[in-house]
Design a protein around this ligand. Sequence first.
Ligand code: ATP
Length: 209
Amino acid sequence: MSATYVRATGLTHRFPGTATLFADLGFELRPGRITGVCGPSGCGKSTLLSILAGWLTPVEGTLAMSGIDRTGWVFQNPYGVPARSALDHVTLPLLARGWDRPPAEKRAAAVMAGFDLAQVADQPFRELSGGESQRLMLARAVCSAPDLLLVDEPTAQLDLSTAATVNATLGNIAQEGTIVVIATHDPHTREACTEVIDMETAGCGEVAA
Ligand SMILES: Nc1ncnc2c1ncn2[C@@H]1O[C@H](COP(=O)(O)OP(=O)(O)OP(=O)(O)O)[C@@H](O)[C@H]1O
């Protein structure tokens, strides 16, 4: 069985005509770890997630990956089908993976409970609060069983206690063997991570030559 990892070497990025966001960033991501991408607003956290997702090529550096067949992404802004129930959103990726509906709904309900969403399972997406919608996106991502899960600011819209539930659940997902990467400036989420990529020390704010 080959090892699963993501290894970044010398990652440097800037957009055309802008300052260097980060320079010579090196790190390794492994299953079971929960890695925080931390730093102030605008320092390039979402940009680094886009590079990890393969949507953006860094201006310098390399990304080596092994064993990553499926990448999940949970955006800062939740999106869903307004009239469809919350439970349906989480069941769908399981059906897409070949599960029958009854076990898929059972599994989806259990994952939703882990994100403190049991009470909104039958509500249409349009009736969910911002924080509920965002947690729903996390539950949906978990059910697509990614090897690499990229999460952008999961606790930005949440109160302290719900944020703690989300942080604990992300930790459980990592323990099940998923590589979890979280972009955050929430100090509590940072504490819940097993490793931290500190963008502030990686060239944030440097001016391009
Ligand atoms: N496609 C693009 N072209 C030019 N500039 C961009 C592009 N995408 C992002 N930027 C700029 O790059 C900088 C970093 O953006 P990014 O979204 O990665 O920051 P962030 O650390 O995730 O911020 P936040 O915490 O506010 O979400 C910002 O100044 C942004 O305006």
